[in-house]
Design a protein around this ligand. Structure first.
Ligand code: PMT
Length: 397
């Protein structure tokens, strides 16, 4: 089960009879090389003890949201960020309903809300509760939000009923989780990404810039690491944490971004230009703060280097991927940029919706065709984008 090696699994246990199977589930995760941390709802502790789960996982079990000792060791937000995958098993009908509504009234629901990792749910409940329209529409909402739903299985239930609602067996859940990670599709690849805005100085305290938050670039960096790549992120000034296992190089201006890119590009398989690079900079940045004058002042701007075009000119060159945030004629402008900058792929998006937002929709444009990736969280879209890039890499090699 190579794909689970070194993966960080946050196992959330809720209060159903199938909770006893989590002992075996945790043992199998550890055997497969995964690092397992456990959070339990209060009712889950009625079915299996935290001590058992602690012994099997080798880590302290998280039970309370407001637990000073646990928070000192690994706070809930840190734990939510730590996970590569959150698996809720068993997931009761009540817990599913709570996360559908975004409730955060215990440690586990809070973790679900706070994580940006993929979330998988293994429902376990009585067959009538399973087929109830309330449960079914809740599950549909989770599917719409890209949750993975594992099971349930059909068979005899603890209450004596027969039907759908049994939690999948631990070995089956391990298979399902491993299949989510069979995504080492960028293993061994080196990817250089630019992200965020650039700042072009007017004087020591003022600059020209734009509204890029870096969220799209950082989501791509995190997902690329997850898919096995070595990632160098050349970042303009943003207020974001560096994703785990990403090498980040901070720059301010377009000139600095170009310099850092050329220094890192050797042996890169892919270059992704997500940065909103300022096309122009003040011709002469004043050495001292510009003083207010009575009349108008003139500002002369000169062209900045086009970083992505420079990369596309290299020989040999990586697969070169651009982004284009447009306010009008999005596809047409995107196609023109693909051609003009000699790119392999370009992701056109609507500038009025994508700067500094959590979600994005893009159209992938290549010399051979186009594909829409519908609106979703930037992490989810990043995964789709990287899969398309991986296909391009395969075609080129
Ligand atoms: O950062 P977020 O808030 O998450 O927002 C994401 C985003 C809107 C910044 C992102 O989705 C996006 O579209 N980035 C490109 C912004 C843009 O409009 O770029 P452009 O059309 O000016 O340039 C086209 C391509 O050339 C881009 O890949 C850009 O990085 C690159 N370029 C542009 C100018 C320049 N001097 N050098 C470059 O490398």
């Amino acid at each position: 089960m190579l794909s689970l090696t070194n993966k960080r699994i946050l196992l959330g246990i809720t209060g159903g009879i199938a909770a006893y199977k989590c002992a075996e589930l945790t043992r199998l995760f550890s055997k497969a090389g995964a690092d397992v941390r456990i959070a339990m709802t209060r009712s889950a502790t009625e079915f299996i003890t935290p001590l058992t789960m602690q012994a099997l996982s080798g880590n302290r079990v998280h039970l309370e949201l407001l637990d000073t000792e646990a928070e000192a060791a690994m706070g809930h937000i840190e734990l939510a960020r730590w996970a590569d995958l959150v698996l809720i098993a068993p997931a009761t009908a009540d817990f599913i309903a709570r996360i559908v509504h975004g409730q955060a009234n215990d440690i586990l629901s809070t973790l679900v809300l706070a994580t940006s990792a993929p979330i998988a749910v293994a429902p376990a409940m009585n067959q009538a509760m399973w087929s109830d329209p309330g449960t079914q529409s809740n599950l549909q909402l989770l599917r719409d939000r890209s949750y993975h739903i594992f099971g349930p299985a059909e068979g005899e239930q603890a209450c004596g009923d027969v039907g759908l609602g049994r939690m999948l067996e631990p070995a089956e859940l391990i298979e399902e989780c491993a299949s989510l990670f069979k995504s080492d599709y960028l293993a061994g690849r080196k990817i250089v990404i630019t992200g965020g805005p650039t700042r072009e100085a007017l004087d020591p305290v003022r600059f020209i810039s734009n509204h890029s938050s870096g969220k799209m670039a950082y989501a791509l960096a995190a997902e690329a690491v997850f898919a096995g790549a070595k990632v160098i992120l050349i970042s303009g000034p943003v207020q974001l944490q560096t994703p785990d296992r990403v090498t980040r190089i901070d720059v301010e201006s377009a000139d600095q971004m170009l310099e850092a890119t050329l220094a890192q590009i050797e042996a890169a398989d892919v270059f992704i230009g997500v940065a909103a690079v300022a096309d122009y900079r003040p011709k002469n940045a004043a050495q001292e703060k510009i003083k207010k004058s009575t009349g108008e002042i003139q500002l002369t701007l000169v062209k900045n280097p086009d970083i992505i075009s420079e990369v596309a000119r290299l020989d040999p060159r990586p697969v070169v991927v651009g982004f284009a945030a447009e306010t009008n004629d999005i596809l047409e402008n995107g196609r023109k940029k693909l051609q003009k900058k000699n790119l392999d792929l370009l992701f056109a998006n609507n500038a009025t919706e994508t700067f500094n937002s959590e979600t994005i929709s893009v159209t992938a444009i290549s010399p051979t065709g186009e594909k829409e990736i519908p609106t979703a969280n930037k992490n989810v879209v990043a995964r789709n984008i990287l899969q398309l890039i991986a296909e391009t890499l395969t075609q080129k090699s």
